[in-house]
Design a protein around this ligand. Structure first.
Ligand SMILES: *Cc1c(COP(=O)(O)O)cnc(C)c1O
Length: 369
């Protein structure tokens, strides 16, 4: 056994690493296993039986051979799902990979990327990983995109998330259209939760050839562990993302599972999306009955402002329920202002799970210091 050197070498290693990486820390939310996990907006119903079957049936060749270079069969199926030709699609190892690749493809180190505050926590991380200057732009008091402030950054890339994580609301069509019409660079619209929203911005693909719409199989389709994401855009645009992404990013088993999810598994996904939407409304009502002010959501989670969110989430965890705490969110709107930007994000799943979360939430409020 060798004993790897530690402490002193860590500083030396940091000096060897690229300087811009010193400000980056690992993305490490509390992911300790928990009996009921409503912390990451994945599909807690599971996956379609057809997808489970496809995973079991995947031949050993799916493991021993390299997968498709750029997942052509999956691009075909995703194009069918969105109603665009397959040369408008790029896939990746989760939409995280697609977003990261797109940021690298469309901006040089030193360029700026504008994104809403608050929004998807990975964006400033991907920005720094690629040497970009992160430019957060606050949402308005009504939690809408501040189109003019976004445009005023003159950023090379504008990132928009709708429905937005963690607020849950969809951005207004007027604001998104204004950004798309006037942006001087690329506009990435992250629609990770589109299936739950009852509307999307796919039509903007025909209005502009500078729009990239990112989607994922991790949320509505339940494939978070297999890492399958994709984006739609003009063929020239997605070809650049594909270059930056590199080959073999969707593994063989993941591709088979995703094909099944979009084929025989699709009715299952649609049914569970409908159930998630119903439970989301039920959860929102239940929170209101408790005198709380949950933000209206178009996603499969609800953000509810409560004081001391970290402590509340810690207590809920000891009761077997994981939710995602946020502290220090911008105090936008009355509800978030009242808690100083402290809130819990609760994912929606089967009602028994949501009910358990409500019980743990109630219990966690007792004897708050
Ligand atoms: C979950 C999430 C993703 C990441 O999805 P993966 O495909 O699992 O990488 C992207 N964007 C937003 C806003 C998300 O919430």
């Amino acid at each position: 056994m060798t004993t790897p050197r530690t402490i002193e070498d860590r500083d030396a290693a940091l000096r060897l690493a690229r300087e811009s990486y010193r400000a980056i820390s690992l993305y490490a939310p509390d992911r300790a296993p928990c009996r009921i996990d409503l912390s990451d907006n994945t599909n807690t119903w599971g996956i379609a039986p057809a997808v489970e079957e496809a995973i079991h049936q995947a031949a050993i060749a799916a493991v021993t051979r390299y997968p498709n270079l750029y997942a052509a069969p999956l691009k075909e199926a995703l194009g069918g799902y969105l109603g665009v030709a397959s040369d408008h699609i790029v896939t990746g190892c989760g939409s995280d990979d697609v977003l990261d690749s797109a940021i690298r493809a469309f901006a040089e180190p030193g360029d700026a990327i504008a994104f809403p505050d608050p929004s998807f926590a990975m964006i400033p991380i991907f920005a720094r990983m690629n040497g970009l200057r992160p430019m957060p732009v606050r949402l308005t008091a009504s939690l809408d995109l501040d189109a003019d402030a976004m445009l005023a950054t003159e950023a090379r890339i504008i990132y928009v998330c709708s429905p937005n994580n963690p607020t849950g609301n969809a951005m207004s069509r007027a604001a998104v259209e204004r950004v798309v019409e006037r942006a001087s660079g690329i506009v990435i619209i992250d629609e990770a939760y589109a299936e739950f929203a009852g509307g999307d911005f796919l039509d903007l693909l025909s209005a502009s050839d500078r729009v990239l719409i990112a989607r994922t199989m991790s949320k509505a389709f339940g494939l978070a562990g297999l890492r399958v994401g994709y984006a739609a855009g003009s063929p020239a645009l997605v070809a650049e993302v594909e270059k930056s992404r590199g080959p073999y990013k969707v593994n063989g088993i993941a591709e088979r599972a995703a094909l099944s999810a979009l084929g025989d598994g699709l009715p299952w996904a649609r049914a569970h999306v409908a159930e998630a939407i119903a439970n989301r409304e039920r959860l929102t009502d239940a929170l209101r009955e408790r005198g709380l002010s949950p933000l209206p959501s178009a996603a499969n989670f609800v953000l509810v402002p409560v004081a001391a969110a970290n402590e509340r989430a810690r207590r809920m965890r000891t009761l077997g329920v994981a939710v995602r705490p946020f502290e220090g969110l911008p105090p936008l709107g009355d509800a978030l202002a009242a808690t100083g930007g402290s809130a819990l994000r609760i994912s929606v799943g089967p009602w028994e799970m949501v009910e358990a979360a409500l019980g743990a939430l109630d219990a966690s409020a007792e004897d708050t210091p």
